[in-house]
Ligand binder design. Structure first.
Ligand SMILES: [Zn+2]
Length: 93
């Protein structure tokens, strides 16, 4: 699900949170983890925002194919617009 952010032209990939909400992630894979970064399960297309208490789990998730990304909501200059209506940038389902 590669795409380009309609606001900042960043290369993003769309994932879905556990609550089913679409979330744009920067395509770049990070080799570290920190609270607020997002773990993506590429096989399922689902993601989870990391909390402090989950950092110890990331290594195990990586072994099963998960990747760590920044949310475009954190890096996008137009993040406030994303937050107001993320559906506007979601691909047709
Ligand atoms: Zn953006």
């Amino acid at each position: 699900m590669s795409a380009t952010c309609g606001s900042c032209d960043a290369a993003i990939t769309w994932a879905r949170t556990e609550r089913g909400r679409p979330m744009p992630l920067d395509v770049e894979e990070l080799d570290f983890a920190a609270p607020g970064l997002v773990v993506l399960n590429p096989a399922r297309g689902t993601c989870r925002v990391l909390s402090e208490g989950q950092l110890m789990l990331v290594a195990g998730w990586r072994e099963r194919g998960a990747t760590v990304h920044r949310s475009d909501w954190d890096t996008c200059p137009s993040a406030e617009q994303h937050r107001v209506s993320p559906q506007q940038e979601a691909p047709p389902l």
